[in-house]
Design a protein around this ligand. Structure first.
Ligand code: GDD
Length: 337
C-alpha cells in the first residue's frame, strides 16, 4: 500500500511487550513517511468510532482477528468477539458516520470447513465451519453482505485460502516446519514435533494475495471473491519438500501417533508426532477455485508450492544460522520472533 502511494494507518492493539517486529522496518524510515499506527482495539466500539471519525479513510482493510484455529478452541469467546463482532463494530461505525468508504473483510477458506464432495471450493460452495474461528469468520462474512445490501456500503469479502510467507507466525504449520527443520539441521533443536500430517491445504504466497485483496477493493462493484492457487498438498508433502531442500534423506517409519521421520544419512529421528497438536475437529481438505478473480480481476498467483517452500526455507535457514552465531538469548532479543 505504501509503495502505491497510500497514507496507511495501522490499528495497533496495546500489548505489554512490543509485538510489532513485522513492521518495525517501516517506523521512522524516511522511505515510508506515510505510515502511522494508532492505538485501538476491535473489541471496543468507541475506539473505532474515534479513530474512523478522525481519519475518514477511503479504504478499510479488516485483517484483524484472533486467527489461530486451534487456539480458538481455548479462547472461543474472545475469538468470536474480535474475529466476528470486530467486523460488526467496524461496519456499524461506517454506517453511523455514513463514511463513503470501501470496506474489505478478510474472510477465510476455513469457513468451508468439512467439505462434502466438492473437489474445489468457490464462491458458491456452502460453509460448514469446524471451529469457533471458522464460525466467527462465517458471521463476519454474512454481516459484510448484509451491510452491503441493507445500507449500500461498498463492502467486499475476499475468501482467502492459506497464504504464507517468511512473516508468518511461527505457530502456523508452514513456518513451524521451515523454522523447525532449519534449526534441526544446524543442531539447534533435536526434533520437530507436529500434529496431523494428512490434512491438505491450498497454500499460496501472501505477497501475491495482498495484490488480489487490493484488486478486490478497486473493482467497480462490491463483490465476494475466492483467492487460491488451485493446488493442494498435505502437511507431509510440505515437510518432504522442505527436508529435501535441506538435503535431509527423510524416510517415514511407523503409523499414527507413533510415526516418525528419520534422516537416513545420520539414522536420526528428526520428526515426531505430538498428539497435543491434533485439533478437536479438523478441516481435512481445502482446494480453491479462483476462476472468478482470474476472470474479473485479472488476478492469478505467481508463486507455486515449491517456490513458496523455498522462499520460506531460505529465510529461516538464514535466521537459524544467525541464531547459531549469536546464541539463542541474543538472537531472540535481536530478531524478536
Ligand atoms: N499449527 C499447526 N501446528 N498445525 C499443524 C501442526 C502443528 O504442529 N501439525 C499439523 N498441522 C495441521 C493442522 O491440523 C491443519 O490441518 C494444518 O496443519 C494447517 O494448520 P495452520 O497452519 O495452523 O493453518 P490453518 O489452515 O488452521 O489456518 C490458517 O489458514 C486459514 C485459511 O484457511 C490461518 O491463517 C487462518 O487464520 C486462516 O483463516
Amino acid at each position: 500500500m505504501l509503495k502505491k502511494g497510500y497514507l496507511v494507518y495501522g490499528l495497533q492493539r496495546r500489548a505489554s511487550t512490543p509485538n510489532t517486529y513485522r513492521i518495525d522496518h517501516l517506523y521512522d524510515n524516511p522511505k515510508f513517511p506515510n505510515f502511522v499506527t494508532i492505538y485501538g482495539d476491535l473489541s471496543e466500539s468507541s475506539s473505532l468510532l474515534n479513530i474512523l471519525s478522525q481519519i475518514k479513510p477511503d479504504e478499510i482493510y479488516n485483517l484483524g482477528a484472533q486467527s489461530h484455529v486451534q487456539v480458538s478452541f481455548d479462547v472461543p469467546e474472545y475469538t468470536a468477539n474480535v474475529t466476528g463482532l470486530g467486523a460488526l463494530r467496524l461496519l456499524d461505525v461506517v454506517r453511523h458516520l455514513k463514511l463513503p468508504v470501501r470496506y474489505y473483510q478478510a474472510s477465510s477458506s476455513e469457513m468451508f470447513g468439512k467439505v462434502s464432495n466438492e473437489k474445489y471450493q468457490n464462491e458458491n460452495t456452502p460453509f460448514n465451519p469446524q471451529s469457533p474461528y471458522g464460525l466467527s469468520k462465517v458471521f463476519a462474512y454474512h454481516l459484510t453482505k448484509i451491510y452491503r445490501d441493507s445500507y449500500h456500503i461498498f463492502a467486499s469479502n475476499g475468501i482467502l485460502f492459506n497464504h504464507e510467507s517468511p512473516r508468518r507466525g511461527i505457530t502456523f504449520v508452514t513456518r513451524k516446519i521451515t523454522m523447525g527443520l532449519s534449526r534441526v539441521k544446524l543442531g539447534l533443536q533435536g526434533t520437530l514435533k507436529l500434529g496431523n500430517l494428512s490434512s491438505q491445504r491450498d497454500w499460496g504466497y501472501a505477497k501475491d494475495y495482498v495484490e488480489g485483496i487490493w484488486k478486490i477493493i478497486q473493482y467497480k462493484t462490491p463483490e465476494d471473491f475466492v483467492l487460491a492457487t488451485g493446488e493442494t498438498h498435505t502437511v507431509r508433502q510440505f515437510v518432504e519438500e522442505a527436508a529435501g531442500l535441506l538435503k535431509f534423506n527423510l524416510v517415514w517409519k511407523g503409523k499414527g501417533g507413533k510415526e516418525v521421520g528419520i534422516d537416513k544419512k545420520r539414522n536420526k529421528t528428526i520428526i515426531e508426532i505430538d498428539p497435543s497438536y491434533f485439533r478437536l475437529k479438523e478441516v481435512d481438505y481445502l482446494l480453491g477455485d479462483a476462476s472468478k478473480a482470474k476472470k474479473l480481476l485479472n488476478w492469478k498467483p505467481k508463486v507455486n508450492f515449491r517456490k513458496l517452500v523455498e522462499i520460506m526455507l531460505r529465510n529461516d535457514f538464514d535466521l537459524a544460522k544467525k541464531e547459531l552465531k549469536l546464541g539463542r538469548k541474543v538472537f531472540v532479543k535481536k530478531i524478536n520472533i
